[in-house]
Design a protein around this ligand. Structure first.
Ligand SMILES: C[S@@+](CC[C@H](N)C(=O)[O-])C[C@H]1O[C@@H](n2cnc3c(N)ncnc32)[C@H](O)[C@@H]1O
Length: 266
């Protein structure tokens, strides 16, 4: 059954939130409201992105070895909290967000700091990246649409590349979608739960099989950051198999079906 929350135009909501409260819309804390925002608060805000970056690096390295992306995409980048942290060590970064207000703020901050290795876009670009990330974004998009976005994100991971994708998977009261409206004058932020099986299926369908998980708990919502790495395409793999076949006994290359047929025949 569709509820009013299901039918909300969340893109419109986020355009309004980004225009009115670009920092507070990302981290709902009083010091990030426009009427209270100080230069120190802005620095505090962006420092939280550096902490997230550290967490990504630690998790990728723990599970998959050295983490050295040359390009990164941050989907739902907001005012660039994570994109700027990425840009400190990654030569080419793209931040995508539906909200023009958020993107304008991000571009303004980049100009003030002469940061030139981040591009800001309203739509997903038609190219692939070494690292694709999305954090506290999909939770604001109903899952039927969000699952299609997950597919589009996973298709943009290079061979050997990394992905970190945050999803909310339960609400303590059991509701799939709730509306969170801390301030009357600003549209509600939907909080949407995702069916975990369908999310993981998207990873497998996109050939990203190596996965690790970090749980997130912001009561009443619980979720996961899913870390994945796409397999490298080993150059010349076919040539090496051809080479080995010439020198090793043929039986080593038989499929199990051939083996059982030949043992039956014996
Ligand atoms: C809570 S903020 C998170 C921002 C950023 N990921 C961070 O962690 O700092 C959610 C962001 O998702 C963006 N967003 C919501 N729906 C989107 C969509 N359909 N496409 C792209 N961005 C979207 C919003 O405009 C907002 O900037």
């Amino acid at each position: 059954m569709q509820t009013t929350a299901d039918r909300r135009n969340t893109d419109q909501d986020w355009n309004a939130i980004g225009a009115a409260e670009p920092f507070w819309g990302v981290l709902v804390q009083p010091q990030f409201k426009m009427d209270a925002l100080t230069p120190q608060a802005v620095e505090e805000f962006y420092t939280t992105g550096d902490h997230d970056m550290l967490r990504y690096t630690e998790n990728f390295e723990r599970h998959f070895g050295p983490f050295r992306p040359k390009s990164a995409l941050d989907f739902g980048c907001g005012v660039g909290r994570i994109a700027f942290a990425m840009a400190k060590g990654i030569p080419s970064v793209v931040g995508v967000d539906i909200s023009e207000g958020m993107l304008a703020r991000a571009a303004k901050y980049a100009a003030s700091r002469r940061i030139q290795n981040v591009e800001w876009m309203k739509e997903l670009p038609n190219r692939t990246f070494d690292w694709v990330n999305t954090h506290i974004v999909l939770q604001h998009i109903p899952a039927d649409r969000g699952l299609k976005i997950i597919d589009q994100l996973l298709q943009r991971v290079n061979p050997g590349g990394w992905v970190s994708l945050h999803v909310v998977i339960y609400n303590e009261q059991g509701a799939e979608i709730t509306a969170h409206q801390p301030v009357e004058s600003i549209p509600p932020m939907l909080m949407c739960c995702y069916p975990l099986g369908e999310v993981i299926q998207r990873f497998h369908q996109n050939d990203i099989i190596d996965l690790a998980f970090l749980s997130t708990n912001h009561s009443p919502h619980g979720g996961l950051i899913i870390f994945g790495r796409r397999k490298e395409v080993v150059a010349g793999a076919h040539a090496s198999i051809r080479f080995l076949k010439r020198f090793l006994p043929l039986s080593l290359f038989r499929s199990p079906r051939h083996e059982s047929q030949s043992s039956q025949a014996a």
